[in-house]
Design a protein around this ligand. Structure first.
Ligand code: SAM
Ligand code: DTB
Ligand code: SF4
Length: 323
């Protein structure tokens, strides 16, 4: 059995698009049964990896991602905030650790990293959080190879950089960068020896075929960690009125991801506030083995720690780092 936190991120072969469309369209319970069986061969099905997010630089982002509360191009309720002080970040990481998180993920609303005092401060944050005995993750937008190396040297364990959707749908959602820009950064992260955390958002107006496109890309990248977000509709963004996705599509996507990338850690990410306990239970059965903990994501709400503790108790799940 592999451990929940240390996976090599080797690329593997690309499944055909049609085979993944067929996988997503299988009878739901058969799909979940097969995914649950594969999950048990590679992971302890009781253990859930728990990441906590902190927005270290909020809002005023020049990008136009149509789902995002932090783009300067849309008028949303988010108040922009400058890059946080190191001590504030360390204090939040300590709180996350005492709340049971095993990984601390620092998110910045940047198009990409620019060298200079702000990046230097982020490198210090990474080292200080690592020194607390937490795994470290960051999501800072685009990176070059040297910046990725400096993050690795500072102690970064994971870099989150999502492909978000299938290539054919990307330009409907974001126009200020391309799919290939995303893949280029992911290449730098891999070359630097940092674990890749890469997934997507469901409910951006895509259909199953587009979701299958995303999964074929992810199957090639084989990220150590795959966050599956459900769109949290944000007032003021172009996607505020997107049609909500049925819970069963989230379960299907998780199950298909588990079958395509058996060793990865799949995070049931944004959008859990809109899922019932029963739907989340099916997601865990289908192979999800990670969540975000804490009552806030970057700017949007997450379930209360108390209700997550109650859910874990009912399902017999345990956080990776036991209290
Ligand atoms: N600016 C960096 C970037 O775009 O890579 C890092 C921060 S960005 C907020 C990280 C990820 O959060 C996005 O790639 C997207 O997948 C997810 N996300 C953002 N807004 C979301 C929303 N409203 N609902 C669900 N997921 C969202
Ligand atoms: C990811 O895939 N989901 C997280 C993390 N990576 C950075 C972000 C979710 C953001 C949800 C909307 C918000 O909080 O603004
Ligand atoms: Fe900026 Fe990231 Fe939000 Fe896009 S997803 S607008 S890059 S913070």
């Amino acid at each position: 059995m592999t451990s929940t936190s240390d996976h090599s991120s080797q690329s593997s072969s690309r499944p055909t698009l049609d085979s993944v469309v067929d996988l997503l369209g299988r009878p739901l319970l058969e799909l979940v049964f097969d995914a649950a069986s594969v999950h048990r061969q590679h992971h302890d099905p009781r253990v859930v990896q728990c990441s906590q997010l902190l927005s270290i630089k909020t809002g005023a982002c020049p990008e136009d991602c149509g789902y995002c509360a932090q783009s300067a191009r849309f008028s949303t309720a988010v108040e922009p905030e400058r890059l946080l002080d190191i001590e504030k970040v360390v204090a939040e990481a300590e709180k996350a650790k005492s709340g049971g998180a095993d990984r601390f993920c620092m998110g910045a609303a940047w198009r990409g990293v620019r060298n200079g005092p702000q990046f230097d401060r982020v490198l210090d944050m990474v080292s200080r959080v690592k020194a607390l005995g937490l795994e470290t993750c960051a999501t800072l937008g685009m990176l070059d190879g040297e910046q990725a190396n400096r993050l690795r040297e500072a102690g970064l364990d994971y870099y989150n950089h999502n492909l978000d959707t299938g290539r054919s749908h990307y330009a409907e959602v974001v126009t200020t960068r391309t799919y290939d820009d995303r893949l280029e950064t992911l290449g730098h992260v891999r070359d630097a020896g940092i674990n890749i955390c890469c997934g997507g958002i469901l409910g951006l107006g895509e259909d199953r075929r587009v979701r299958a496109e995303l999964l074929t890309e992810l199957a090639v990248i084989t990220p150590a960690s795959v966050p599956i977000n459900a769109l949290m509709p944000i007032e003021g963004t172009p996607l505020e009125n997107a049609k909500p996705l049925d819970w069963s599509e989230i379960v299907r996507t998780i199950a298909a991801t588990r079958l395509l990338i058996p060793t990865t850690v799949i995070r049931l990410s944004a959008g859990r506030t809109e899922l019932t306990e029963e739907a989340q239970a099916l997601c865990f059965l289908a192979g999800a083995n990670s969540i975000f903990v804490g009552d806030e994501l970057l700017t949007a709400p997450n379930p209360e720690p108390k209700s997550d503790a109650a859910l874990f108790d009912k399902l017999g799940l345990q956080p990776l780092r036991r209290q």
